[in-house]
Design a protein around this ligand. Structure first.
Ligand code: GAP
Length: 454
């Protein structure tokens, strides 16, 4: 029987802990409200998602360059950007259990007194919503006072606007061009939840694309398509992905149009990434407040203008969670069931498992030699010589490793190894010297396998 949505989420969370993708942060002290650490497989998954994003958004393009700006900026930045005044969610309190909840996300929250119940179901009355600012405040330097107040950034985007002129001049770019950044952001979410879907500390992948104002509609459409296609290319289920345009009342203070790429999670449709037209709002505000003209001057046409900005903004942790959920399958086999993560090989934490069939007769040495060759090709490998070969395959299926290579007694005679493909479980004999090329080709040719619906 396919798992129900609630069971599926529990199974993914339990696999994450058991196999070392995600752990509760400060677990030995009882944790700290919906905060997580990433274990050996999780950190590799995050790194691969970041690499896949960076390759597509920066490395493979002529018109986008990268940036790594500071998390703590001058506090004026956040006043001018509108975050100090307006980056807030509506909050309600339960008069009985004193729980605090985000008024527009009550369906995601649980009563702290009775966790099987929703807010207010403990019998308490909920207050009228009031505004709660999501910025994390801190102090810079040894003195605590209003003069030393600073904020942890709630989005990476502002660091990009602040460096618009620096980057444009240093890289000799002209609109349309983009600046991309991956980095941590912090929001004091009222109700974090759904595992790593909404947390207070998370990593964003954002790109601000600066365009002549007259071209903004065209580029908005372009980036919606391009970002949607990226998720399809990395194997997400097309039936569980959609683009949803924001209604007027949903738009952020800086946006004239926003579309969300949404995924159908076990807990319902949710935002995976937003693509927004931010107009010239941020550059104009920072120009006025700083006195530095953040404009583009075209020396050929002698035209001077403030570019409009199209912004695709996603969360790395949310992407990783989406790939995990989408990849998860409990697949019935003839005599048993296997748990498998059908990751796209580009985001799989381990690309190749390497096994000697038994721990003798030169097989471990040959397997180590093959592993070294794969590592020379910058592939991530896992060597395993413990237990029955079937169990070793199952362990790699659960980690989402797309290919396994086994050295057996015959290999030492004919130099052929068995390559086993995770999704089809098909096996093939391949010359050991050709393994690297075989895997590289298989990574490029990978297609999302058909599987039973959840
Ligand atoms: N600069 C625009 C911006 O920050 P956003 O929609 O607030 O837009 C962009 O955030 C993405 O960051 C979201 O689509 C989501 O993937 C991720 N994100 C936002 N808040 C998050 C949170 N509390 N936990 C995890 N990811 C989050």
């Amino acid at each position: 029987m396919p798992a129900t949505d609630a069971q599926l989420m529990d199974k993914v969370v339990s696999l994450c802990k058991r196999r070392g993708f995600v752990f509760q942060a400060s677990e030995i002290y009882g944790g700290i409200g919906n905060t997580y650490d990433y274990g050996p497989l999780g950190v590799e998954l995050l790194r691969r998602v970041k690499d896949a994003w960076w390759n597509r958004m920066v490395v493979e393009r002529d018109d986008v360059v990268g940036l790594d700006s500071a998390i703590i900026q001058n506090p004026r930045v956040w006043e001018v950007s509108g975050h100090v005044g307006g980056f807030a969610d509506p909050m309600v309190d339960c008069k009985k259990c004193k729980g605090r909840f985000r008024a527009d996300k009550l369906e995601d929250a649980r009563c702290p007194e009775r966790p099987s119940k929703r807010p207010g179901e403990c019998g308490g009355e909920l207050t009228e919503p009031r505004s709660f600012n999501l910025m994390f405040k801190t102090h810079v330097g040894p003195l605590e006072g209003s003069a030393s107040v600073a904020y942890l950034r709630p989005e990476t985007a502002q660091g990009i606007f602040l460096n618009f002129l620096n980057v444009m001049q240093a890289s000799r770019l002209k609109p349309p061009f983009g600046i991309a950044q991956i980095g941590k952001s912090f929001r004091n979410e009222i109700t974090p939840g759904n595992f790593v879907f909404r947390t207070r500390e998370f990593e964003q992948a954002e790109m601000e694309y600066f365009v002549p104002p007259a071209e903004s509609e065209r580029w908005f459409e372009y980036w919606k398509k391009e970002r949607f296609q990226w998720y399809l290319d990395l194997g997400l289920d097309p039936a569980r992905l959609r683009l949803r345009d924001h209604a007027q009342e949903e738009l952020a203070h800086y946006s004239t149009g926003t579309s969300d790429i949404e995924y159908e999670y076990p807990f319902g449709w949710g935002e995976l990434e937003g693509i927004a037209c931010r107009t010239d709002f941020d550059l104009k505000r920072h120009s006025q407040a700083s006195g530095v003209d953040l404009v583009y001057f075209d020396p050929e046409t002698r035209e001077r203008y403030t570019p409009f900005v199209i912004e695709p903004a996603g969360g790395i942790n949310r992407m990783a969670l989406t790939f995990l959920i989408d990849a998860f399958e409990e697949q019935p086999l003839e005599k048993e069931e296997r748990t498998v993560l059908h990751f796209h090989p580009e985001v799989a934490p381990i690309t190749v498992g390497v096994f000697p069939l038994v721990k003798k007769e030169g097989m471990p040495e040959k397997a180590r030699e093959i592993e070294r060759e794969l590592r020379r090709g910058r592939m991530s490998t896992f060597y395993d010589e413990k237990g029955a070969i079937g169990r070793r395959y199952r362990r790699q299926d659960e980690a989402g490793t797309p290919f396994c290579v086994t050295v057996d007694g015959e290999t030492l005679k004919d130099d052929l190894v068995t390559v086993r493909e995770r999704d089809s479980m098909a096996q093939e004999r391949v010359k050991s010297a050709e393994i690297r090329a075989w895997v590289e080709q298989a990574v490029r040719a990978w297609k999302r396998p058909p599987r039973r619906d959840r």
